[in-house]
Ligand binder design. Structure first.
Ligand code: FE2
Length: 428
């Protein structure tokens, strides 16, 4: 075998009565998951009871804007509106080289964080399609170790922005994977609904997935998710469509939501919340009480809707924080949605791993024989502890190769009569 990870605790399926397993890897695939492998391997990692999971997956990101914070100036107010204005100022000065360089730097951060699959929206409203070309180049360059899925995103509205639909079609023809949209940004509710119909029909015709920025607003009457679900159902796109953000659902009338969520379930439409961004951008014009703005994550999950958490932004005009850490995203989502129960906390780990992988349609995702050998070894005893500690990624394995290592997080104390080091883990 090429690699064996010994004494691993699994985040998901676990053989009964067996606290740890050995994971055997050969030719980029997991070939064995057993209590004890007697074969030898060229390389071995002793997880020593640490959690081993399939890698983190970010279902919603903007790689064309990432790491541009401060260009051409910082967002002094921290608001969505100043962020949009800033992006408008920056766009004419973007170069392909700089876009590629920043995106590759972010992918390095992602790998170090055990984040090995990212769905990134890419703005197609600039007729030059500079960002599309840049991110397609990045996708090619990172393909040996990271799955980058691109969404053609008409950021200024597919109907509102002149030429946007043609640009989107060109982007898809160039190799962009998914059809995006932003119905709440069109001029009217009716045009928003029309944009959803147009884009879903295009996706159905091309056999593509759909992921729309949908109802990223505090307006309870922003109901494009209803149209998205209805079009998904009409066109038979079940399981291939996601609504991103869905923040208006936070403010909607409860009776209306009691109809909406079953409609989403029936249509197989997935939901992607972006906790870090939703909690900072939504409710911004409220006095008190201030709304949280994140969509109804536990209710959607309880109804059987696939829900993922995305990072959305890292150091860009909208958000000056973040480092590609999906455990930070899960941590925020857990707090905002008050998902502190045991099952609910575990569900937040799923929202940045298996649920996101389902939305992206990743092949061979998981820790079982036959799966792709993409793994992260976390300095934690279980998924909840991993979220609590934003645990160190002790090792990251991509396509069967160890691509990153990080030391365990310990502090050295200088206190008399006390232990000399601090270990933040409790469950090992
Ligand atoms: Fe977004």
């Amino acid at each position: 075998m090429d690699l064996i990870i010994r004494r691993a605790v699994l985040a998901h399926a676990h053989p009964a009565g067996c606290p740890t397993v050995d994971i055997g890897i050969e030719a980029g695939r997991i070939t064995a998951v057993e209590p004890q492998l007697t074969t030898a391997a060229r390389e071995e990692i002793d997880a020593a009871g640490a959690l081993v999971s399939a890698p983190f997956v970010d279902a919603h990101f903007h790689m064309d804007a990432t790491l541009s914070y401060g260009l051409p100036r910082v967002n002094a107010s921290g608001t969505l509106l100043e962020g949009i204005a800033l992006w408008g100022e920056l766009k004419p000065h973007l170069t392909q080289e700089a876009l590629v360089e920043r995106a590759l730097q972010y992918c390095d951060w992602a790998v170090a964080r055990g984040l090995l699959a990212i769905r990134s929206h890419v703005d197609v409203c600039d007729a030059r399609l500079l960002a599309v070309e840049a991110l397609l180049e990045v996708k090619r360059r990172v393909a040996p170790y990271l799955d980058l899925q691109l969404v053609a995103f008409p950021q200024d509205g597919v109907l509102r922005s002149p030429g946007a639909f043609d640009n989107l079609k060109r982007a898809i023809a160039m190799g962009v994977d998914v059809v995006g949209g932003i119905p709440h940004f069109e001029r009217t509710m009716a045009e928003g609904a029309e944009s959803v119909r147009l884009l879903c029909e295009f996706a159905a015709d091309k056999g593509l997935r759909v992921d729309m920025h949908c109802d990223e607003s505090d307006d309870p009457l922003s109901r494009h998710i209803e149209t998205l679900a209805a079009q998904t159902h009409r066109l038979g796109l079940h399981g291939r469509v996601a609504g991103s953000h869905l923040t208006s659902m936070h403010s909607m009338d409860n009776y209306y939501v009691s109809k909406l969520i079953p409609l989403m379930r029936e249509s197989g439409v997935a939901a992607i919340a972006n906790p870090l961004i939703n909690i900072t951008l939504q409710g911004r014009s409220d006095t008190y009480p201030k709304r949280r703005g994140m969509t109804r994550v536990p209710e959607l999950m309880a109804a059987g809707v696939t829900v993922a958490f995305g990072h959305d932004c890292v150091m860009d005009p909208w958000y000056s924080f973040g480092s590609g850490d999906m455990l930070e995203v899960a941590h925020m989502g857990l707090h905002v949605a008050q998902m502190t129960g045991t099952d609910a906390s575990r569900a937040c780990f799923d929202a940045v791993t298996v649920n996101a992988a389902t939305i992206l349609g990743l092949e061979g995702y998981g820790v079982a024989p036959g799966c792709a050998a993409n793994l992260v070894v976390l300095d934690a005893g279980d998924a909840i502890e991993a979220i609590r500690l934003r645990a160190a990624r002790l090792a990251v394995v991509s396509r069967g190769r160890v691509v990153s290592r990080q030391p365990a997080q310990r502090a050295v104390l200088a206190l008399e009569g006390r232990p000399q080091s601090v270990d933040f883990r409790l469950h090992r």
